[in-house]
Design a protein around this ligand. Structure first.
Ligand SMILES: [Fe+2]
Length: 156
């Protein structure tokens, strides 16, 4: 790989990883919001489930940001950057019913899983970065398990 190719792949890598970080961060904030604001007969289990989700995302965010740094790039660290980069929707002032919260978190995880799989695929196939791809596929596998658990809560 020549210098120009190295720079280009660094830029492409940064774009993919920054987006992963931003999606995780916005969902982290939403899980906190729902942990605080959930109401109803399932309060306790959902309050706890949302806490588990944001704790897990907090660890993942750190791994992604530090992977970006380990490869010599700066990690985005402001709300504005996260918001501009993320594909996760927010609805300020909207406090849905408990089950709608669960549906929204499931949809968001499904969006993130799709983004993760396509980013990991590009890292592996065009950037030859197996280590980053492995990390990203690991998040995808873990979030698929979270989606299964959340969907199971909705079944009668
Ligand atoms: Fe709390």
């Amino acid at each position: 790989m020549n210098t120009k190719e190295t720079i280009n792949s660094g830029v492409e890598f940064a774009e993919l990883m920054k987006k992963v970080l931003a999606d995780q961060f916005v969902l982290y904030v939403k899980a906190r919001n729902y942990h605080w604001n959930v109401t109803g007969t399932q309060f306790y289990s959902l309050h706890t489930a949302f806490e588990n989700i944001y704790n897990e995302l907090a660890d993942d965010i750190d791994k992604v940001a530090e992977r970006i740094r380990a490869l010599g790039l700066k990690a985005p660290g402001t709300m504005k950057e996260f918001w501009d980069l993320s594909s996760i929707e927010e609805k300020p002032g909207h406090y849905p019913d408990a089950l709608v919260m669960v549906h929204e978190i499931i949809n968001d995880f499904e969006t993130i899983i799709e983004n993760l799989n396509s980013s990991a695929n590009k890292m592996q196939s065009s950037l030859n970065d197996e280590a980053s791809a492995g990390m990203i596929y690991g998040f995808s596998e873990k979030y698929q398990k979270t989606v299964w658990m959340l969907k199971s809560m909705l079944e009668e």
